[in-house]
Design a protein. Structure first.
Length: 679
């Protein structure tokens, strides 16, 4: 190779760097060396050293135009970056600062997702794009490059932005900062502004006349400027405190999102070009009688509407009107695909529904029957929480999901759609599911019915089966091998099937009459809840991946061998006398109260946070309790001493009673604060 001494020196520097001792194994310096070597040989102006976990960089080739070093572990950049560099991507590193003098040739800089607290005062004058989001910037240089067009400083700690931003600025992201106000002098060329997630209480009265897209969600705005830019086509001010819209909105406005505000009325005349209107979660009691004809999405959910306009726009595709006070529906446009009117006061629905309807959600109303036929294209039907005594005999073959939970159904149609994969019919009066459940069902929820038996041929693809709160005594002979979640709680089972599917991860079978569990239990079982049964023993060896087990209120005299994944055990209200000799060290919650335990292990597990062993026969506690422990209850034990190291301050020690008295109220308060159920 015919290389100059300078290039050989550069290669040597990189080789020495790659062979430095004590390099972190995750740092791919050999890969970086190979890429730099190829770059030198080919005199390539583009160098990609991204995703290599590099912590430092030697001297770079002086002819580079683009340098990609994003997703490494760099804390600094070389001071002598190539003077020909136009594009630099150093995002997703650990940079705390940038060189004060960056190459004047730079046009684009990406330093997002770092730890920068400031930007250099003198940025390259030709810079047109600067991305510094997700840093720790608390201020910006007073003078930014005049040619800067795209500027992203979102997700920082800014309390102000420069009064005079570059005149060429077209796109500005300043969302997720601490800005309380915006300059009245925003650049005229600005057409995109995102100032969401700031404590802004008002917007400038005069916004750039070329502004097309404005987003100020999650702020404290109480009003909008009386005059908004005529070019504005997208306005999003969700989750503010706006009480009214300007009387005249921009004529080109196509998308208006102003949900979660305080609107009580809308302007009578909305922009003719409006296609998307979201005014959910306001205080609206009525809508304009005439809505824009181009409207394709209308969301008026969570208001106080008693009626919808008689004539909805013909082009409407999505209508969302959940949680209002609607007692009836107008004629629904034929183009509608999605209708959600959950949580109203409907007693009936139109006999003729839009033919292209794919989603119909009319749950939580007052329907007693569904008259007429449903659209043939319908895929999702929610009629839950009504007063239906039956479903239509002829359901669309396209249906993949039916939720008819909490009605008054006594039977199912003889034929259910063959494409059905989710059938939710909890809280009805069903005594039988029939023989012909669709074979493609993956989720079947029939809890809180009056079932006395299950079909022998449950669909082979079921992954979730909930038959809790019924009157079942026996399982069918065939349990689908695909089953992952099984809830049979509150029935009358005395045993579980001897051979449960290997794929089963969750078994919930509490409040039955179980006296024995299958041995072995499914290998991949993670959660086992079998409290309030009649178990006298558990399988000698529990599943390897078991994480949580609840077996309280049984008749257990000993605990089996658990593997290391176990983090939660509740075996209270049993007849345990001894703590297992070998117990997983990563247990976080251990509840063993109301047993007959005489002692605890000498060394409790360091990860333990919650320990309740009250009402046992424990006389002595371990000398040291885990430092992580946040709550423990040893009350109603014949204790003769407290440990040397006690993690928390508990109510005073009662020597006469030989117990530490923790009140139920104190326990409840602590548990509520820690999101722990103590029942």
């Amino acid at each position: 190779m015919d290389l100059s001494p300078a290039l050989w020196s550069l290669i040597t520097e990189w080789r020495d760097w790659a062979s430095e001792p004590n390099i972190n194994p995750s740092e791919q310096r050999e890969t970086a060396l190979n890429r730099v070597f190829a770059c030198i040989i080919k005199k390539d102006p583009h160098l990609d050293l991204s995703h290599l976990s590099l912590t430092s960089l030697p001297t770079l080739p002086e002819w580079l135009i683009t340098l990609d070093i994003h997703d490494n572990q760099l804390t600094t950049l070389p001071d002598n970056l190539p003077k020909t560099l136009t594009h630099l991507d150093a995002g997703k590193n650990q940079l705390t600062s940038l060189p004060e003098r960056l190459p004047e040739t730079l046009i684009e800089i990406r330093v997002d997702h770092n730890k920068l607290t400031r930007l250099p005062d003198n940025l390259p004058k030709n810079l047109s794009m600067l991305n510094a989001d997700h840093n720790r910037l608390s201020s910006l240089p007073e003078h930014l490059p005049d040619r800067l067009s795209v500027f992203d400083v979102s997700d920082n700690q800014l309390t102000a932005i420069p009064h005079n931003l570059p005149p060429s600025l077209t796109i500005l992201y300043i969302n997720k900062n601490n800005l309380e106000s915006l300059s009245d002098n925003l650049p005229n060329e600005l057409f995109y502004l995102d100032a969401s997630d700031n404590p802004l209480t008002a917007l400038p009265n005069k916004l750039p006349f070329k502004l097309e897209k404005l987003m100020v969600n999650n702020a404290f705005l109480t009003a909008l400027p009386n005059t908004l830019p005529d070019e504005l086509y997208h306005l999003s001010v969700s989750n503010n405190q706006i009480t009214a819209l300007p009387a005249k909105l921009p004529p080109k406005l196509q998308a208006l999102t102003i949900d979660i505000n305080q609107l009580s009325v809308l302007p009578n005349q909305l922009p003719a070009l409006l296609r998307m209107l979201n005014v959910a979660s306001n205080k609206l009691t009525c809508l304009p009688e005439v809505l824009p004809e181009d409207l394709i999405l209308l969301d008026v959910s969570h208001n106080q509407l008693k009626a919808l306009p008689k004539n909805l726009p013909n082009n409407l595709l999505t209508l969302l009107a959940n949680d209002n006070q609607l007692a009836s529906l107008p004629f629904l446009p034929t183009e509608l695909n999605i209708v959600k009117i959950y949580g109203n006061q409907l007693k009936n629905i139109p006999d003729e529904l839009p033919p292209w309807l794919t989603v119909l959600d009319i749950g939580d109303n007052q329907l007693t029957a569904i008259e007429g036929s449903l659209p043939v294209e319908l895929e999702v039907l929610n009629v839950s929480r009504n007063q239906l005594k039956k479903l239509p005999d002829h359901l669309s073959d396209s249906l993949v999901e039916i939720d008819a939970s909490y009605n008054e159904l006594v039977s199912l149609p003889d034929k259910l759609p063959v494409a059905l994969n989710r059938l939710l019919i909890a809280g009805n009066q069903l005594t039988w599911l029939g023989w012909n459940l669709p074979r493609g069902i993956t989720q079947l929820d029939v809890k809180r019915n009056q079932l006395k038996a299950l079909p022998e041929d449950l669909p082979d693809g079921i992954t979730e089966l909930d038959v809790s709160h019924n009157q079942l005594r026996e399982f069918p002979n065939h349990i689908p091998e695909s089953l992952e979640i099984l809830d049979v709680s509150y029935n009358k089972f005395i045993s579980l099937p001897a051979h449960l599917p290997l794929s089963l991860q969750y078994i919930v079978a509490h409040h039955n009459q179980l006296n024995l569990l299958p041995n072995p239990l499914p290998l991949y079982l993670k959660i086992l809840i079998v409290n309030n049964n009649e178990l006298t023993q558990l399988p000698e060896v529990m599943p390897v991946f078991l994480q949580q087990i609840v077996v309280h209120n049984n008749q257990l005299t000993e605990l089996p061998h658990f593997f290391e994944d176990l983090s939660y055990l509740d075996a209270s209200y049993n007849q345990l006398t001894e703590f297992p000799a070998h117990f997983p060290s990563d247990v976080v919650t251990l509840i063993l109260h109301n047993n007959q335990l005489r002692a605890l292990p000498t060394h409790l597990f360091e990860e333990l946070i919650f320990l309740d062993v009250h009402n046992n026969q424990i006389a002595t506690l371990p000398e040291y309790l885990p430092l992580m422990l946040e709550y423990s209850d040893f009350s109603a034990n014949p204790l003769d001493a407290i440990p040397t190291r006690f993690p928390l301050q508990f109510p005073q020690w009662h020597a006469a009673e030989h117990s530490i008295d923790i009140s139920e109220e104190a326990l409840g308060n602590w548990a509520a604060d820690s999101n722990i159920t103590v029942d």
